[in-house]
Each structure stands twice: as C-alpha cells, then as structure tokens.
Design a protein around this ligand. Structure first.
Ligand code: NAD
Ligand code: UGA
Length: 465
C-alpha cells in the first residue's frame, strides 16, 4: 500500500499547518485540505500568502512553497474523499455544550459527520486517520459507521494524534519529538500503519516514529495534554504559596527543573493556561474516567482545571485589591489577548476570564494585542454571555499601539508573553500613566527591580513585591 493522495478534512490550526508540512516534505504526494467553512478556504487560497487564516511563524513560507504544486485547499469535500488513499480527520472536537456529558465530554458530532460522509462517498479502500484529539475507543465508533454501508469498501482506521503547540507549529512539525501511529494489530492494520509511517519517514527519523495499538495512541494524546497542563497547575499552585512565604516561584522552578527527573519545561508560573485543548482534553479525560466509575481518577485530574480557574480569578482579584479594592471607572490596560505568544488564537485565553471579572467590577479595559483584532476580543467576551454585547463594547476600548492603550491608565496588566512587551520603553509608559502606576505581570516577563526603579508598583506571579 502506497499513499499518493491525501485528503484532510478540517483546515484549522492542526489540519492547515500539518498538511502544509506534509506537502512540503513529500512533493510526490498530492495533499488536499478541505473544509466546509468557505471563508477559511478562501483565506488559505488568498493570492497574498500572508493572508492565510492562521498566524504561525514560518507557515506562510511553507504554504507558498507547496500551494498549487501538491497542496490544495478546497470546499469540495466529496471529491477530495473520493480521490484520496488516505483521509485525515482533523475537525474540531469541542466540549459538549448540551445533553449528556454537557461541559465535560467531547462533542463528536463533527467526527461522526465526517465518518458518514466518507462512508457515503468512498468507492475504493481507504485508510482513515484520526488526527483530531479523541476519547479513547472512538475508532470503534468510526469503524462501525464506515463498515455500515455493506458496499465492500474496506477501511483501516489509524490514530495519529498531533502534538504541535501553537506559535511553534512549523518547527514542531518539522522536528517532532515523536510521531505516534496507532492501528489494528491485524495484517491489514499493519500494512496501513506501514503506509503512514512511510509518509512521515520522508523527514522524520525512523526511531522517532512510534507505533502502538489504537487505544494506546488515542489515550496517549489525552494523557500528554493532561500531564503538560498538570505541570502548569502544579507550579501555579506553588506560586500562591510563594507569595505568602517570600519564596520566588521562578527560583523554585529553576531549582526543581534542574533535576533531570523533573525537567525544566512547562514550569513557568502564569496567569493560567489557555488554549483550545488543555481544558477540553482534561474534562474529556475526567468524563471518561467517571463513565467507568473511576471517581478518584476523575477527581485527581479535575483538580488541574480547578487550580487553573483559581489562578485566573486570583489574578483579577489581586488587581482589584491592590487598586484599593475598587477598579470601578478605572482604566486598566491589557497587554496581550492571545492565549500565548506568536499566535492569533484566543480560545480559552486567560485574558478573557480576567477581563470578564474586571468588567464585573466596572473597570474600563484598554486592550492591545499584536495579532488579535477588536472584533475577536468582543466576540470572546460576548461568548461568555455575562452581559449584553453593548455592555461589553462600552467596557472595552481597543488600541493598535500599547503606548496608546497605557496612556492615562491606572494599571497595566500583562496577559500574554509577547516578546515585544519586554522591549518597550517602560519609562515612557510610566510617564503617561496615573500615579501610583500599577503593573501586574501575569507572565513574569519584566525585570521587577528595573520596573520598581522606574517607579511602578510592580506585581509578578509567585513573588512577593
Ligand atoms: P479548528 O476549529 O481550528 O479547525 C477545525 C476545522 O474543521 C474548522 O475549520 C471546521 O470548519 C472544520 N470542520 C468541522 N467539521 C467539518 C466537516 N464535517 N467537514 C468539513 N470541515 C469540517 O480546530 P483545530 O484547532 O485545528 O483542532 C482540530 C483537532 O485537533 C481537535 O480535535 C484538537 O483537539 C486537535 N489538536 C489541536 C491542536 C491545536 O494546537 N489547535 C493541537 C493538537 C491537536
Ligand atoms: C498544547 C500542547 O503543548 C501540545 O503538545 C498539544 O498538541 C496542544 O496543546 C493541543 O493538543 O492542542 P498549545 O495549547 O498550543 O499546545 O500551547 P502550549 O505551549 O502548551 O501552552 C498552553 C498554555 O499553557 C498557554 O496559555 C501557555 O501560556 C501556558 N503555559 C505553558 C504556561 O502557563 N506555563 C508553561 O510553562 C507553559
């Protein structure tokens, strides 16, 4: 079995970059990325490659190289399915907002729609690859839908979860820590696994391509995200203790991270983790554990989310308390809205929740983010349904420059660790602010002593100021 034509359903943060890199590294394979979102596909096809819908360092160049050669973006899902030997399913799997498992389980309606569409359209044998993050044993459901037509077409289901992080997607895809491929242990399953291994082997060393059974692969993805998020909640939990005891969380992180058994990554205390996946995947894990009656397992992992919610709320509370217990009518500049630097993605960003709390306290927020638009900021707030859209609009002003956002502000809050924030002329920002000028560094990116020397009342995470 040799894969020569790939279809990827879902042209989002995973489907777009992943397929662009496969196409770049495998010029002999035709890669078609399809989506039902017409606007998104139009943006991927925009003549100016800088207008592609996802901002990721290095992505525009990869797309420019492969697009039109062996990389195509289309809304014709049926045709791409029909032509392909291998179909990646890379659609969104959000937390359910209704019915059984509401606010916990993964909503698999988009996955099921894809499976039904593939079953309807496919006329020859196909490999179907789960690229989306899915609950363990989803492949079973996909297989039963695919096999239900009785038309003799054979399907092999593989699980090939994606581990890229936003902001570093291109380097993560070019130099992955590992590629994980789970498949059936039958002869046909092994052939399908080998075919997908051959695609990645075009640029990934063989010893980094790991093959497992399907269930291990599905569960490893949820587990990886749970472990990463758990490290952040662990250090954030300790950050609160540091603030009470005079320990400095950055020093504690460094001290424990040098232990090779612990490791230094993902120990950066922050205003709380965001992003579309950590919360949803842990909630999903908790739901699965509960559904098997594993109460202690479920409670253990749920604590990671509880801690993260606490950290976001704690940051907002600290701003209110420090500003003499009232922010009503006060201007607070928000530097950063994205959930991390180098992305325009704002899903589950801590900034949204901190803003929501501060608007409840009648603060006036002045927002600046290098990559996030005013429309997106307002959409994010409106999505919470805490108040009317008009009320959100009235509470927010949006600026194209951080200096303007901070002009006349009572306080500045850093919500995202954008590099440019460290390069600012902080003296100039200080000069333009109300005094005392408060600075809340939710990412610990500024030098506390230097800020205090300017005159700021500086407050970082996990350190007594
Ligand atoms: P996304 O929302 O950015 O993209 C999903 C796309 O799928 C959307 O454009 C949507 O229109 C399209 N879609 C949904 N149903 C469709 C259908 N039936 N036919 C055609 N198109 C359809 O989502 P994402 O961030 O790319 O995430 C996709 C999956 O990958 C999720 O399961 C997520 O957990 C996982 N994941 C995401 C990341 C990340 O960094 N964002 C990393 C690893 C894994
Ligand atoms: C995360 C994982 O890192 C990826 O491996 C995974 O593929 C992806 O989720 C997914 O499944 O969607 P991502 O959410 O894009 O990637 O970004 P991360 O770098 O993991 O950051 C997540 C959040 O944690 C951000 O808000 C970030 O600021 C925060 N963070 C990260 C910290 O607060 N401290 C840290 O030490 C690291």
């Amino acid at each position: 079995m040799n894969i020569t034509k790939i279809c990827c359903i879902g042209a989002g943060y995973v489907g777009g970059p992943t397929m662009a890199v496969i196409a770049q590294k495998c010029p002999h394979i035709q890669v078609t990325v399809v989506d039902m979102n017409v606007e998104r596909i139009q943006a991927w096809n925009d003549a100016d490659v800088h207008n592609i819908p996802i901002y990721e360092p290095g992505l525009a160049a990869v797309v420019a190289e492969a697009r039109g050669r062996n990389l195509f973006f289309s809304t014709d899902v049926d045709q791409a399915i029909e032509e392909a030997d291998a179909i990646f399913i890379s659609v969104n799997t959000p937390t359910k907002t209704y019915g059984k498992g509401k606010n916990m389980a993964a909503d698999l309606k988009y996955i099921e729609l894809c499976a039904r569409q593939i079953a309807r359209v496919a006329k020859n044998d196909k490999i179907v690859i789960e690229k989306s993050t899915l609950p363990v044993r989803t492949a079973e459901a996909i297989k039963s839908i695919l096999d239900s037509t009785g038309n003799g077409v054979q399907f092999q289901i593989l699980s090939n979860p994606e581990f890229l992080a936003e902001g570093t997607a291109v380097t993560d895809l070019l130099q992955p820590d590992r590629i994980l491929i789970g498949g059936e242990t039958s002869e046909a399953g092994e052939k399908a696994i080998a075919a997908l291994v051959a695609v990645y082997a075009n640029w990934v060393p063989q010893d980094k391509i790991l093959t497992t059974n399907v269930w291990s692969s599905e569960l490893s993805k949820l587990t990886a995200n749970a472990f990463l998020a758990q490290r952040i909640s662990s250090i954030n939990a300790l950050s609160e203790l540091c603030e009470k005891t005079g320990a400095d969380v950055t020093e504690v992180s460094r001290a424990i991270g040098m232990d090779s058994r612990i490791g230094a990554k993902f120990l950066k205390a922050s205003v709380g983790f965001g992003g579309s996946c950590f919360q949803k995947d842990i909630l999903n894990l908790v739901y699965i554990a509960k559904s098997y009656g594993l109460t202690e397992v479920a409670d253990y992992w749920e604590q990671v989310i509880i801690m993260n919610d606490h950290q976001k709320r704690r940051f907002a509370n600290k701003i209110v308390q420090t500003l003499y217990n009232t922010v009503a009518g006060k201007k607070i500049a928000f530097l950063g809205w994205a959930f991390k630097k180098d992305t325009n993605d704002t899903r589950e960003s801590a900034a949204i929740y901190v803003a929501d709390d501060l608007i409840n306290e009648q603060a006036e927020l002045a927002v600046y983010d290098p990559k996030v638009s005013e429309t997106k900021v307002l959409q994010d707030l409106n999505y919470l349904q805490s108040r009317t859209a008009d009320e959100n609009q009235a509470a927010i002003s949006y600026f194209d420059s951080a200096y303007q956002a901070c002009q006349g502000a009572h306080a500045v809050a850093i919500l995202t660790e954008w590099d440019e924030f460290t390069d600012y002329d902080w003296q100039k920002i200080y000069d333009g602010m109300q005094k005392p000028a408060f600075l809340f560094d939710g990412r610990n990116i500024l030098n506390a002593a230097a800020m205090e020397a300017i005159g700021f009342v500086y407050s970082g995470i996990g350190v007594v100021s």
